[in-house]
Design a protein around this ligand. Structure first.
Ligand SMILES: NC(=O)c1ccc[n+]([C@@H]2O[C@H](COP(=O)([O-])OP(=O)(O)OC[C@H]3O[C@@H](n4cnc5c(N)ncnc54)[C@H](O)[C@@H]3O)[C@@H](O)[C@H]2O)c1
Length: 324
């Protein structure tokens, strides 16, 4: 614990940019960086609003509203900075299915712009958000070295983003780390995502809606663990030019998740979940059925094991909702 705190404190003198800084993961990352004492610039187009929850007049935070597809904008936002966390992206299965060109544009053109600006300003480390989606379906645990078989535009775009990072390292020496997040959840997450949407249904007395038979598995990572791992990836020289899974190595089925949420909320009268067919907005063809992170690389390089259980993470999420 003390060693981890010391590792994180090594970052505290750096000037940091977080693209997607007003989003779910980005806003938590910004809060943690401010707690550590960093000077932080949050870049965001506010596509889905602003999730930053900060004390007013936070002196160490600059907010830059703009689009990463605008090179001049991002180049000026990165001037004089040391470290970039690149999280801005178009997310969510339904939205990304309906807007594939926007997904490609933001992920490919946007990421290329942020990398180009980072190289121009001699940024020390570039940490990019990738996704477990790059693996496609996997019969067992997803390890970083296994063949990729992305199934959706979003997954292909994320893989292209990773390839761009490697290309900029080769051509400009820009050191990067790509983090493949596995279903991060917690306070501030949009209600379109699985845990917030199940909680909503239960709290409003409606049955949970599950696509397919509910036997698909997911590896849920609580936001605080994901944020610490993200920071450790930036700090640790061993993580340079690596792709690293950010997950727990534990999986649950969607049916089990639904039961767990009903039990934690103690809503015994809730109707049984409704299983519905996949549809145009959520096609079965892009569903990744088995998802469980291989965590050996994260343990070795980041020396961190996510400690929040799914039960305690869901309780923390409910506490946050209760305070809203
Ligand atoms: N949350 C997860 O479970 C998860 C899983 C895998 C990967 N990821 C990746 O992690 C990153 C953060 O995800 P999140 O869950 O916080 O999503 P989010 O939607 O809450 O945050 C993304 C932010 O990017 C901003 N953005 C979108 N397009 C932009 C543009 N063109 N210019 C500037 N800003 C733009 C949005 O306004 C938003 O605030 C994303 O890259 C996502 O693909 C997240």
């Amino acid at each position: 614990m003390k060693a981890r705190q010391l590792a994180l404190e090594q970052l505290k003198d750096l000037k940091v940019v977080v693209t997607g800084g007003a989003g779910f993961i980005g806003s938590h990352l910004v809060s943690k960086l401010l707690d550590l004492g960093n000077q932080v610039t949050a870049v965001d187009s506010f596509l889905h609003g602003n999730k930053l929850e900060l004390p007013k007049n936070s002196r160490h935070l600059s907010l830059c509203q703009g689009d990463i597809r605008d090179y001049d904008f991002i180049r000026s936002a990165l001037a004089g900075q040391d470290l970039v966390f690149h999280l801005a992206a178009v997310v969510g299965v339904e939205y990304t299915q309906m807007s594939p060109l926007e997904v490609l544009d933001v992920e490919i053109q946007g990421t290329a712009n942020v990398l180009k600006a980072a190289a121009a300003h001699n940024i020390k480390r570039f940490v990019a958000a990738s996704s477990s989606e790059v693996y496609g379906d996997s019969p067992v645990v997803m390890d970083e070295e296994q063949p990729m078989s992305p199934r959706s535009t979003y997954a292909i775009a994320k893989l292209a983003g990773e390839a761009y990072c490697e290309a900029f390292y080769q051509s400009h020496g820009l050191e990067y780390t790509c983090l493949r997040y596995f279903n991060v959840y917690g306070p501030r997450q949009d209600e379109r995502f699985v845990i917030p949407s199940f909680v909503n249904r239960v709290l409003s007395g409606e049955p949970i809606i599950i696509y397919g038979d509910g036997r698909q598995t997911r590896d849920f990572t609580f936001i605080d663990d994901a944020v610490v791992m993200t920071l450790l990836a930036a700090q640790n020289p061993e993580a340079k030019c690596q792709r690293i899974n950010i997950g727990t190595g534990r999986m649950v089925t969607i049916n089990e998740l639904a039961d767990l949420i009903v039990k934690i909320i103690d809503a015994r009268d809730t109707a049984k979940p409704e299983h519905v067919n996949y549809d145009r907005k959520r096609p079965q063809a892009v569903e990744v059925f088995n998802r469980r992170a291989g965590v050996a690389r994260a343990r070795r390089l980041l020396q961190y094991t996510p400690g929040t259980t799914l039960v305690s993470g869901i309780k923390k999420y409910l506490d946050w909702r209760g305070q809203k």
